[in-house]
Design a protein around this ligand. Structure first.
Ligand code: GLA
Length: 665
């Protein structure tokens, strides 16, 4: 598409035909350029096995096309029809407790059932054969949110596939015994057929087994994606995507998935209980861009206002939807879409907001939808521009999977929470962040943050150590580099694989009791710190903060180590926000990262284009602010000379008069 795609999921099959004409008329009024259709309509497209009814889909695609609205065509495989389960009851997914899932929801199917795999190839192929040449269809949308609501499957089909997967991975059963450490509790295996899924068990299941199970589940889902992709590719050449859930579901490894799609797309919903949801949103947007190697991506779903599936579904306030949309766009999205176009009258999602709400066009939401469409229409030239960052935060799904297993030193330690804490610091300092894997080439970053990455392989640790030696600044948070890829503690002890970079040894973990707040002294200031301390032995590092209380009182808490041309920082506790700010100020100085001094609550990001750079500015606060910049505000066409005045809650996109310097935000 030329310009920023705008639209949403559209479910015409839920409405009588007379509504369709009104829909497309209002879509045009709202500036909609693309809708996603067919995502959940398998039962209405293949009404009996092998018997297709494409008439209604032909009609709606034609109507959309006549009205200049492009189609992102879904494959409906996230919700197999009733006939499928009646015919193949053994293809149902089974829970950890052995319960087969019933019909009437979505999901419900075993990713490994051969009948399911045959059926998805058939429906995806039939759709591609029919619409592969249709000029309206610009994108294929395979399935919906892989891994949700069903990821893990404990059915007999899945267990069979699991054993084959393990045999392919380990070759000999001795390899499995070694990797899983099965000498523990006498779990030793002689036969592949004796290896089961980690289903319900009386005590904690072998964590290495569960880690492999997470990898297996992820790969089975990806195999299903590939089956559909191959079926589509036989007939169609449009780009293919599937909608991710960055930062909301950690069950699939988005780095691996991004390699499979032609363009990354993501669904993001604010978590209503989080009063600063814009920070979680920014994490999701930056992760979506990062997994796709920085290429523009599509925000496939978000909400105009409230969702319907949280305990308390808080409605968005005026302007919030626009701020959310611009934040995604600033962070690299070239498409802004919603779930969904028209609010559904029936079914489980009738209380979910939509572009066209139950209240109709005479509503704040619809007026804002029309306004957003007009705004995005003025931003066409931003399409294709890129975001560059000087700072990377590590994000490794394997480490999430491992750390989320049972029997860890403290349930208070969370990979998610540490990512959010460091990201939040960087967000408040208005510093743009990429996410990265520890094995990536990190040399273009001035600063790399390792937020409690529990699983870190020796090879990845060597990569991080080389990054420091070559001049990088690394910040490592406690409970990092504890285990290898088999969830086995590294020889030499916790963090030993980073000992050269950090200049410390972790002798013992010292988790704190619930509510026990201790302190760290940084220069003359004492900051609160909780949940965790460590007994650190300093080898080559300098001590930058010491514990003022708690089991490690008087001992090192934060260290700084010069290694080669770079610096490795270690933070062995959870400092409060002020403490982290004080430490990060020193870290930024080491890394040569500038803090732009943007007013509080204002988010700015630069997108760099072939001809121009664009400053996207979002004021989340209620007060008017001024930013220093020069160019043209694309939303108002106003000349901006030195000062951009941004009212409370407002947004601006400025085509900069001068090329931004690398590192400008
Ligand atoms: C998900 C799904 C959609 C819809 C929305 C509601 O993202 O992909 O089908 O259920 O949630 O928020």
């Amino acid at each position: 598409l030329d310009g920023i795609a705008y639209g949403g999921d559209y479910n015409p099959e839920q409405w009588p035909r007379e509504v369709w004409d009104e829909d497309v008329r209002l879509m045009r009024e709202a500036g909609v350029t693309m809708v996603s259709i067919g995502i959940f309509s398998w039962g209405l497209l293949e009404i009996r096995e092998g018997e297709f009814d494409f008439a209604w889909l032909d009609d709606i695609i034609a109507l959309l096309h006549e009205n200049g609205i492009a189609v992102d065509l879904g494959t409906p495989t996230a919700s197999p029809p009733a006939w499928f389960f009646a015919q193949y009851p053994e293809a149902r997914t089974v829970t950890k407790d052995g319960v087969p899932m019933g019909f009437g929801a979505r999901g419900m199917v075993s990713h490994s059932a051969p009948e399911y795999r045959a059926a998805i190839a058939r429906i995806a192929g039939a759709l591609a054969e029919r619409y592969g040449d249709h000029p309206a269809v610009v994108l294929w949308h395979i399935h919906n949110e892989y891994g949700v609501p069903v990821g893990e499957d404990f059915s007999p089909h899945s267990v069979r596939a699991w054993r084959l997967w393990l045999q392919a991975k380990y070759g000999e059963i001795a390899g499995l015994n070694a990797a899983w450490g099965t000498a523990f509790w006498g779990q030793h295996y002689e036969e592949w057929d004796h290896v089961g899924a980690p289903a319900a068990a009386p005590s904690t299941i072998n964590p290495a087994q569960k880690l492999d199970w997470a990898r297996f589940t992820d790969e089975m889902l990806r195999e299903c994606f590939r089956i559909e992709k191959a079926a589509i590719r036989q007939h169609a050449s449009q780009p293919i995507t599937t909608n991710f859930m960055a930062n909301q579901h950690h069950g699939v490894d988005l780095w691996a998935w991004a390699d499979e799609v032609d363009i990354v797309s993501d669904d993001h919903y604010l978590w209503a209980a989080d009063e600063e949801g814009e920070i979680g949103l920014a994490i999701a947007a930056d992760l979506s861009r990062s997994v796709g190697a920085g290429k523009p991506w599509i925000l496939m779903e978000h909400s105009t206002s409230a969702v319907n599936w949280q305990p308390r579904n808080v409605a968005k306030r005026p302007g919030e939807m626009t701020r959310n949309s611009l934040s995604h766009l600033g962070r690299g999205a070239d498409g802004i879409l919603f779930f969904q176009w028209r609010a559904g009258r029936s079914g489980a999602e009738k209380f979910h907001s939509a572009m066209l709400p139950h209240a109709g066009t005479e509503s704040r939401v619809f007026r804002e939808v029309v306004d957003l469409g007009a705004k995005l229409g003025r931003l066409a030239e931003v399409q294709g521009s890129r975001v560059e960052a000087d700072v990377a935060v590590l994000w490794d799904f394997e480490s999430f999977w491992a750390q989320d297993l049972e029997w860890r030193p403290s349930e208070d330690v969370s990979h998610d929470e540490r990512i959010r804490a460091f990201y939040e610091r960087l967000w408040r300092d208005d510093i743009t962040v990429d996410f990265a894997l520890p094995g990536h080439d990190l040399s273009r970053y001035r600063l790399v943050v390792v937020p409690s990455q529990y699983l870190l392989t020796a090879a990845d640790a060597a990569n991080l150590t080389a990054y420091v030696a070559q001049g990088g600044t690394l910040v490592v948070s406690f409970f990092s580099a504890v285990v290898d890829e088999n969830d086995a503690v590294h020889p030499g002890g916790y963090g030993a694989v980073l000992a050269d970079a950090l200049g410390v040894r972790v002798e013992e973990h010292l988790p704190l009791r619930e509510g026990h707040v201790t302190g760290i002294r940084v220069d003359d200031h004492v900051f609160a710190a909780d949940i965790w301390q460590e007994d650190l032995v300093v080898t080559t590092a300098d001590v930058r903060a010491t514990y003022t209380a708690g089991p490690a009182e008087g001992r090192p808490a934060v260290t700084r180590n010069v290694h080669g041309d770079g610096v490795g920082w270690y933070i062995s506790t959870r400092p409060d926000a002020d403490g982290l700010r004080a430490i990060m100020r020193e870290v930024y100085a080491d890394a040569g990262v500038d803090v732009p001094g943007t007013p509080d609550g204002v988010e700015t990001i630069v997108r760099r284009g072939a001809d121009s750079d664009y400053l996207v500015a979002i004021n989340h606060g209620t007060e008017q602010v001024s930013l220093t910049t020069t160019g043209t505000d694309l939303l108002t066409q106003a000349d901006v000379r030195d000062t951009l005045v941004l009212a409370g809650g407002d947004v601006a996109v400025v085509r900069l008069a001068h090329t931004a310097h690398r590192g400008d935000r």
